[in-house]
Write a protein that binds this ligand. Structure first.
Ligand code: DAT
Ligand code: MG
Length: 149
């Protein structure tokens, strides 16, 4: 079963959207296997967005991600990486279609509420960055056979 990293970024926490957004992932059928509130350090934020280090928006992005607490989630399910990316929608909230998280709740490129890993390899790297091994919990969901089949 695949795992992916989701962040409810500081704009989501400040806008009191934690419950609403966690509900979207839960109702889809993804299983929460890790969850915590983290005020990201500059070091953690820069490692997380290392691929964007050379982009002009990088300093602003780091200021945004370190500007308040973030909820880090480890989500598990079939094709979890792609399933989460589809639920999130496009990077730019103003262009993301209704029905997606960003399409429904964001009108900004930077302040787009959620992060989701974009590949299985990156998911594993990002999970290791945000979670210690013993913070990820394996358990059998009681509805597993009804949700997954
Ligand atoms: P995504 O979060 O959809 O995977 P990404 O990995 O390309 O998008 O970029 C990471 C974050 O950087 C994105 O969530 C918001 C910010 N960002 C991307 N492109 C930007 C731009 N042109 N201007 C400002 N911020 C940008
Ligand atoms: Mg990305």
């Amino acid at each position: 079963m695949e795992r992916t990293l989701v962040l409810l970024k500081p704009d989501a926490v400040q806008r009191r959207l934690i419950g609403t957004l966690v509900e979207r992932f839960e109702l889809k059928g993804l299983q929460i296997v890790g969850m915590k509130l983290v005020h990201a350090s500059k070091e953690l934020a820069e490692k997380h967005y290392d691929a964007h280090r050379a982009r002009p928006f990088f300093p602003s992005l780091i200021q945004f991600l370190t500007g308040g607490p973030t909820v880090a989630l480890a989500l598990q399910g079939p094709n979890a990486v792609a399933v989460v990316r589809n639920l999130m929608g496009l990077t730019d909230g103003a262009k993301s279609p209704p029905g997606t998280i960003r399409g429904d709740y964001s009108i900004s490129v930077q302040n787009n509420l959620v992060h989701g890993s974009d590949s299985v390899d990156n998911a594993n790297q990002e999970l290791a960055l945000w979670f210690k091994a013993d913070e990820l919990i394996s358990y059998q969901g009681c509805d597993h056979n009804w949700v997954i089949g």
